[in-house]
Design a protein. Sequence first.
Length: 360
Amino acid sequence: MKVLETPSGPVRLPAFFPDATYGAIRAGAFEDVYAAGLMGCEMNSYHLMTKPGAKLVKSLGGLHGFTGYSGAILTDSGGFQLYSLIRENPEYGEIRDKEIIFRPDRGREKLTFTPEKCMQVQFQYGSDIMMALDMCTHPDDPIEVQRRSVELTVKWGERCRAEFDKLAKRLDKKPLLFGIVQGGSDPQLRMECGRRLEAIGFDGYGFGGWPLDAEGNFRLDILRMAADAMLDNKVKYAMGLGRPEEIAALVKIGYSLFDCVIPTREARHQRLYTWLPGLDTPEGVRREDGKFYRFLYILDDEHRREDGPVDPACDCALCKNHSRAYLHHLFKVNDPYALHLATAHNLRFYGRLMELLGHE
Ligand SMILES: [Zn+2]
């Protein structure tokens, strides 16, 4: 598949959606997303539910009306944040068979998060791509936990599908609903989850679970298992990933949609992606070793008097208009413009990466 049709227009694949967690690109602007050639943003259901609240967002025209962003908007289910908090401390709530009970202040106040609620919130946001509620696991969790996760993910997926169909009936332009493939590091469970979700029917499938093991290694083998369990004629979405070399490796095994905080976060930490000379090509980004870029640490003293751009191969606002010395200076004096320029640059690196990976 080369293009994903969404209510906000077509999205060229492979696509990278930067994270606009609270409805904004931190230290950047939606203009940088457009200029980078990126066609969508990921926004966070749970965070937006807490601030400013789904009802308020709906009353202001959904996330498109509220934020003024006109590209495709993907929202997660909100379940991952609840899962992470409860995993960290059971006082935050519990995952029941029919719903997630959440105690935001670990006390008396109690929220019940159901698959139906998960869909209703994403409809209030007016998202283009919505995620079904799943139960996340860690690859090192015992098999009983993985089995329960698949069971709940499928049952919740069914309920999300039914609620989605009910709510989408009133809309002229129908959003897309993605299911999530769980199953930990067990190939049979991954396959079982994929087959059962396929029977329910979704517009795309996300990789569920943690992609790192206890030692922090990136588990491409697990991502491959999940990709094998997803239909080839649907979008395969590597949720929350990743680094440029990870994305390049994941495109090779069939994934075509990505979102991650990495490029904007690295920019705020003065780390700028630069192409290794001559490797900003379709062949370059397909190198087996994934070494087609390097970080430029703009605060290094060598950049203090450097007249040249951060990356001569880049056409972003920073590289076209300013020197390394200027950006170095802006970071030194803590001017917020430094963060903005660095963010625009890293987003453009990802935009270019996706263009090159999409080349035949
Ligand atoms: Zn640049």
